[in-house]
Design a protein around this ligand. Sequence first.
Ligand code: SER
Length: 342
Amino acid sequence: MPDTIRTPATLVTGANGEMGHGLIERLAEAGGHHIIAMDVRPIDDALKALCGTTLVGDILDSRLLERLASEYQIRAIYHLAALLSTRAEFTPEAAHRVNVEGTMSLLKLAIEQSRWQGAPVQFLFPSSIAVYGFPSVEAKRRAGKVREHEWTQPVTMYGCNKLYCEHLGRYYTRHYRQLAADAEKAAVDFRSIRFPGLISAVTVPSGGTSDYAPEMLHAAAQGKPYPCFVREDVRIPFMAMPDAITALLSLQAAPLARLTQTVYNITSFSPSAGEIRSIVRGAFPGSDVTFLPDDKRQAIVDSWPEDVDDSAARRDWGFAPAYDQKRAFEEYLIPTIRRRYR
Ligand code: SER
């Protein structure tokens, strides 16, 4: 029987975060979605106008999720809420609760919704280069581009959480209750991207370890000094935020039959911290960026790869970033940040 009572909807958790902002704008622009935006902090007014429903609440609040299920037919979930890698190290158990138990409760919501709808609910999950873990800088340099199954020995709670949730998603999609006589016909359709460090011109991240790149840029644009917490020679992959959002939407739109994996690497450019400083100096000549490495945060970045192999994403769902390093800085980051702080 068709469900005529509950409104079809797209749920976005962590809506107030960096990705949430970009994603909700794009979903609203595309139209056709009743967006439910959920966050532990009140949703920004600018976003509110774009959403059908906004909710201040915790993803661990099972009553809240049950209420959502009674009111909406949730067709897709973008589960963006997480405690990032630096923040998670201060409260690892809390990080586990939010990052893992929170994901579990949303997967449960997704499978229940799939059963009601008789069709898989899509579950889009941002994972991270933090799932990788190199034992030394030499091993990292030698490895170059890493593939999805290589070097997955994360050193952070956040990395462990993301890696485990990738496995949970694959389990719910392919193996959920595999021994049951009524094994699932309409399982969850979990799709995940391992993002590199993301740089947005409109928001500043909080609590991540790749944050030195966006922080350097936003500080320089405001004429503030910035002591960078990693060495000049450190190198990890990055991407401009619009490409990250496009990637999520492209993966969501890809025909399931084309997807050979549930988790995909993507990347765009891999500058060293020193190279980022040179670009920032070129754009903001008076900028004052110094290198004052924090050994412990540095060690986390040293455990992340210099580059990732994203050939599976390119092959299966046509991933191709629009912004390489030059375009990202010259056409998106620098002009937009300039306007922002003028
Ligand atoms: N950019 C994130 C962080 O630094 C990793 O996903 O925590």
